[in-house]
Design a protein around this ligand. Structure first.
Ligand SMILES: CCCCCCCCCC(=O)SCCNC(=O)CCNC(=O)[C@H](O)C(C)(C)COP(=O)(O)OP(=O)(O)OC[C@H]1O[C@@H](n2cnc3c(N)ncnc32)[C@H](O)[C@@H]1OP(=O)(O)O
Length: 224
């Protein structure tokens, strides 16, 4: 109640100021503090637990965080927005981070540099349904592309998927947790060859297998 009254007073003060011709920040000291603050806005790292994460996902996350302690594994942070986008694309978001917590792609990727591999822990939410009760194949392909792509991008730099071949062997129950293991198999010039498996959290069920070819972009060539 007190907060809404304060907000209402602030709006009134700002409106009065507008009539008097002052700038909004000059009219409102709270606004002024926000506008002229030198504090940097820290982007949210989405590769961290949130309340939508299941017990299975938290358990696996904790296991991998333990593996990070000796430096052999590293958790890769993940952000919604890229600083590279131009002004007119300021609404652009990473496809896999475009949903509210728990509804779409919940995942974290760990990287092992010595072994050139990544492990992606993935919980596909209710908005990713295909056949009722199961994940959509396109959502599985998206997560595989992102996980394998990260495995290629760390040694390869800026890469794009040229070929992705997926065998869907068993349907993945919606909201379950799967483990996507990706491996860099070979590099030939600008070509990076990778393979990947998608298994249940207990590793007993092999859901999908994939191979991918990623191409390191040639800085001399335009993409369009
Ligand atoms: C920050 C978060 C990042 C998260 C990761 C996200 C991962 C998501 C990644 C994506 O989804 S990328 C989007 C989907 N991919 C595309 O839209 C790519 C569209 N294709 C292209 O733009 C070009 O084809 C490509 C950049 C991939 C390659 O064009 P280039 O002109 O650089 O390569 P070029 O055609 O000269 O071929 C280089 C080599 O690769 C081979 N190659 C290219 N495409 C191939 C293909 N499809 N199959 C087999 N080989 C292929 C080609 O034969 C050649 O082999 P050699 O060097 O041995 O002669």
């Amino acid at each position: 109640m007190l907060r809404s009254c304060t907000a209402a007073l602030r709006t009134l003060r700002a409106l009065r100021g507008r009539r008097e011709g002052a700038s909004p920040a000059a009219r409102d000291p709270v606004l002024a503090r926000r506008w002229f603050s030198t504090e940097k806005v820290i982007p949210k790292d989405h590769a961290l637990p949130n309340p939508s994460w299941s017990k299975d996902l938290r358990l696996l996350f904790d296991q991998f965080m333990k593996k990070c302690e000796d430096g052999s594994w590293e958790r890769l942070p993940s952000y919604k927005n890229s600083k590279l986008v131009k002004e007119q694309l300021s609404q652009a978001q990473l496809f896999t981070r475009g949903y509210e917590d728990g509804l779409g792609f919940e995942y974290v990727i760990f990287y092992n540099d010595d072994e050139k591999r990544t492990v992606c822990l993935f919980q596909g939410g209710p908005y990713l349904q295909g056949v009722p009760g199961f994940l959509h194949g396109g959502a599985i392909a998206t997560m595989i592309d992102a996980a394998v792509g990260m495995c290629a991008a760390i040694p390869g730099g800026i890469v794009m998927t040229a070929n992705l071949n997926i065998n869907f062997k068993r349907p993945i129950p919606l909201c379950s947790v799967v483990v996507i293991n990706s491996q860099l198999d070979k590099i030939e010039g600008r070509k990076l060859f990778l393979s990947c498996t998608v298994r249940s959290a207990d590793e007993k069920i092999l859901y999908s297998e994939a191979t991918g070819l990623f191409i390191k972009l040639d800085p001399e060539k335009s993409l369009i």
